[in-house]
Design a protein around this ligand. Structure first.
Ligand SMILES: NC(=O)C1=CN([C@@H]2O[C@H](COP(=O)(O)OP(=O)(O)OC[C@H]3O[C@@H](n4cnc5c(N)ncnc54)[C@H](O)[C@@H]3O)[C@@H](O)[C@H]2O)C=CC1
Ligand SMILES: [Mg+2]
Ligand SMILES: [Zn+2]
Length: 282
């Protein structure tokens, strides 16, 4: 799972002594040639926006932004591309570190009075010394819905693709929750907006941090409840019903979209009417 394996006692500022570093630049992570994290003192790497992340298994960790050139023997890799290259725990931590640096980078001044913000020091937040405004790292909730109809071998899934998806890949539908909207209402609205159909019997299945840059995916399974597919052209390039026995190219295994799809497929094959059994959370 792409999530942080443990709670860190995050403190801002430069860690004293040696640390294992998550060094980021524009969504890319700095790795040694052997795919290991840089280890050393802050001053060795030319950093800014440095945040100590605390201890894990007796090892100090820290996050920062690379200020200058890539040091010899290292390379920057897009964070998303590192799933499967880093261990799941390390990938989860890298996503967490990326959100810490992104918060620090995008909250330098008060959004109300423009005074420079300062870390509060007692929780991972910043506050304005002039007007008292306090700000926390952003987490943007996204409702994701896997829509199905039929049972057993006749089950079909409604999958869609956005304009910047890899060729031929289709995924579950998703959309950001709007202010004061319930998750259920966001799910129904996004599906109606993006592909023109209605849903019913929504069930929560699982969630997944998606640090690109700060989404939290909330995964639902839903039954089709009528309507013909009509695409929202600016967001959806194509959307179709796919038989569970003839699915298109799908998102990578670690993604919540893929976990929702795999779950529906395994249930369709496991029981004549898999949805007659109580939903166990993954
Ligand atoms: N992990 C997974 O399996 C998947 C993750 N996702 C992620 O879910 C998120 C939302 O998916 P989309 O279909 O693109 O969302 P969406 O259907 O709501 O449309 C995206 C639009 O929402 C607006 N937007 C961008 N950031 C926002 C924010 N923080 N709050 C409110 N509106 C915002 C922008 O206009 C953007 O064009 C993205 O971060 C995407 O990467 C999407 C599909 C699969
Ligand atoms: Mg969407
Ligand atoms: Zn202020």
């Amino acid at each position: 799972m792409v999530s942080r394996p443990t709670r860190f006692d995050i403190q801002s500022g430069v860690p004293q002594g040696e640390a294992r570093w998550f060094i980021l630049q524009k969504g890319r992570l700095l790795l040694h040639e052997d795919d290991t994290l840089p280890i050393g003192r802050a001053e060795e790497f030319g950093l800014e926006l440095t945040n100590s992340l605390g201890q894990l298994d007796g090892q100090a960790y820290a996050a920062a932004q690379l200020a200058g050139e890539v040091p010899a023997g290292y390379a920057l890799s897009p964070l998303r591309s590192l799933f499967g290259r880093l261990s799941e725990d390390l990938f989860g931590l890298a996503g967490f570190a990326a959100q810490v640096v992104d918060f620090d980078r995008t909250h330098l001044f008060c959004g109300h009075c423009a005074a420079p913000l300062a870390f509060t020091g007692y929780e991972y937040a910043k506050a304005c010394p002039e007007c008292g405004l306090s700000v926390y790292p952003r987490v943007a909730p996204v409702a994701m819905v896997l829509i199905r109809r039929g049972v057993g071998a006749d089950m079909e899934l409604l999958l869609a693709r956005g304009p910047n998806f890899p060729p031929d890949m289709f995924s579950a539908l998703a959309g950001f929750v709007q202010p004061s909207e319930t998750l259920e209402a966001a799910a129904a609205r996004e599906v109606l907006e993006e592909v023109g159909v209605k849903i019913k019997n929504l069930s929560y299945i699982l969630s997944q941090p998606w640090p690109f840059p700060h989404s939290l995916m909330i995964g639902f399974d839903a039954e089709y409840d009528g309507g013909e597919i009509a695409l929202q052209p600016e967001e959806i390039e194509d959307a179709r019903w796919f038989s569970v026995s003839n699915l298109p190219a799908l998102p990578p295994r670690f993604s919540i979209a893929r976990q929702l799809i795999d779950r529906a497929v395994s249930r369709s094959l496991a029981a004549p009417d898999p949805y007659s059994v109580p939903h166990d959370l993954l």
